[in-house]
Design a protein. Structure first.
Length: 486
């Protein structure tokens, strides 16, 4: 298995007009690196180092001890006099280095040299600022309401059966072999890579839900430490998604062996759940607004037990939702206003399930999203056949439940798993998908297709790269109906 490296990220903003010294603090593979420049020529080199960190160049620090080839991206906060701009830089922008050098040059001399040609350079720097300001500033997403935020999601897709597979780890501690076993559990999919994410984007998807099962990588209490092996790999895939400028949902998925409502030790279960989200929140707290957290997936009374629910089952899910919100918000940084997702019991789309779900209180203003899953007919992995004469009215009835109980009460809603039972004809499946995506667009509900690389639900052949479309008719039907979104 190849060595995996974390991307560099800025720890502190850069203020190039703050004084004679220009300093960049960055973190790479958990090693903090500091660059300093105290005159123009070294400033030029210094800014080149910024470009190396934020663009596709070699990362050199500490006499080359950390030299790596990688793709990174990030933000630079630049201040020129009283004029401050947050600048987004990416390897896709060939002008990052030159523009950054120009801005640093002007700012440095404006601050330190009364005889500088600042006035002559001002127009150039203004054009650079205008250029950068035109790039997508994803931190501004935190200023949106939850509904306006969701309107930016055109259509999403899942990376199912990749990092969400249940395994029995090989020993007492989680190893690289365990990660490999997770990602190679099914021979019909390859581990998620940048080419798969690119295939999603090329097909028209602009958001990816990334299901992760953390169970086997969580150590014993009271710390419940998550193995860095899994955490680093998760971060790598999140970075892949964001590098494609797509929205990303990171969740806790198949924790069936400990996260269930009739657990006889709820105190320990809640402690483990809280510790898990403390660590995830800490790792990703500085990430921008395109990253969302989803606290849990389909929490049931027992693993794969879809039988009738009791009030006590609803109560446990309601408690998990509130603990998740509290934990994320307490982690600080961007998590104070990050958009976060909570689900009903089992992520059921039923009137009783929504009525019995208690919407959590949140210290953030309008930053949480309510979520259910929708498989049609109910049980998309089963053998149910669509009854076409009533299919449209059945679909409309489900959407009306969400509308009447949530949307009409001002809540933002998504459906981050949906699909159509695979034993139906392609014609009938396409017809139902057409109706579902029409209704979702009408009600401003973003949908995420459950692609698990399996049978009729796998829209892409994920067995090998390049990942070709298996059902282009389904994809085109979806895209035609969501064209107005995003």
């Amino acid at each position: 298995m190849e060595q995996r490296y974390q991307k560099a990220r800025l720890i502190t903003p850069i203020d190039v007009a703050s004084g004679n010294e220009l300093t960049l603090n960055a973190s790479y593979n958990k090693v903090d690196v500091k660059y300093t420049a105290d005159e123009y020529y070294s400033t030029n080199t210094f800014v080149g180092s910024i470009a190396n960190i934020l663009t596709k160049n070699s990362f050199n620090a500490n006499s080359g001890n950390l030299a790596r080839e990688f793709i990174g991206r990030g933000y630079i906060k630049v201040k020129i006099g009283d004029y401050e701009k947050e600048v987004y830089a990416s390897y896709e922008n060939d002008n990052v280095s030159n523009n950054t050098r120009s801005m640093a040059y002007v700012a440095y001399h404006y601050k330190n040299d009364e005889n500088s040609d600042y006035s002559q350079k001002s127009q150039s720097i203004k054009s650079n600022v205008d250029y950068w300001a035109s790039l997508k500033n994803t931190d501004a997403l935190f200023n949106l309401s939850s509904k306006n935020y969701l309107n930016k999601i055109k259509i999403g897709i899942n990376t199912g059966r990749s990092l969400d597979c249940m395994i029995n780890k090989s020993g007492d501690t989680y190893t690289v072999a365990d990660l490999e076993a997770t990602e190679h559990k099914y021979d019909f999919i390859q581990p998620t890579d940048a080419q798969l994410i690119s295939s999603f984007k090329s097909a028209g998807f602009n958001a990816v839900r990334m299901p992760v099962t953390w169970s086997e990588a969580i150590g014993d209490g009271p710390d419940y430490k998550i193995s860095d092996i899994l955490m680093d790999r998760v971060q790598e895939v999140v970075d892949m998604i964001l590098e494609q400028d797509m929205y990303c949902i990171l969740n806790s998925h198949n924790e069936f062996n400990w996260l269930y409502t009739i657990n006889t030790d709820l105190t320990s279960m809640y402690a483990k759940f809280t510790a898990m989200w403390e660590q995830i929140s800490e790792r990703f707290k500085d990430y921008d607004g395109r990253l969302m957290f989803e606290g849990y997936n389909e929490v049931l009374k027992l693993p794969d037990d879809w039988s009738a629910k009791q009030n006590s089952d609803y109560a446990v899910v309601n408690t998990l939702a509130q603990k998740f919100v509290n934990t994320v918000r307490a982690s600080g940084s961007n998590n104070v206003n990050r958009f976060i997702i909570v689900n009903t019991y089992g992520a059921y789309l039923g009137e009783d399930d929504i009525i019995n779900f208690t919407v959590p209180t949140d210290s953030a203003n309008d930053k949480f999203i309510l979520n259910v899953h929708y498989y049609f007919p109910e049980g998309a992995f089963g053998t149910k056949t669509v009854n076409m004469p009533t299919a449209y009215s059945d679909i409309d009835a489900k959407f009306n439940i969400v509308k009447n109980l949530w949307l009409d009460n001002g809540y933002a809603v998504m459906m981050n798993e949906f699909g159509i039972a695979t034993n139906n004809t392609l014609e009938n499946r396409v017809s139902c998908i057409n109706r579902i995506t029409q209704k979702a667009t009408e009600l401003d509900i973003p949908m995420f297709w459950w692609d698990n690389g399996l049978g009729g639900l796998g829209l892409f052949d994920r067995s090998q790269s390049p990942y070709e479309q298996v059902y282009p008719t389904i994809i085109s039907t979806i895209m035609n109906n969501v064209e107005s979104r995003g």
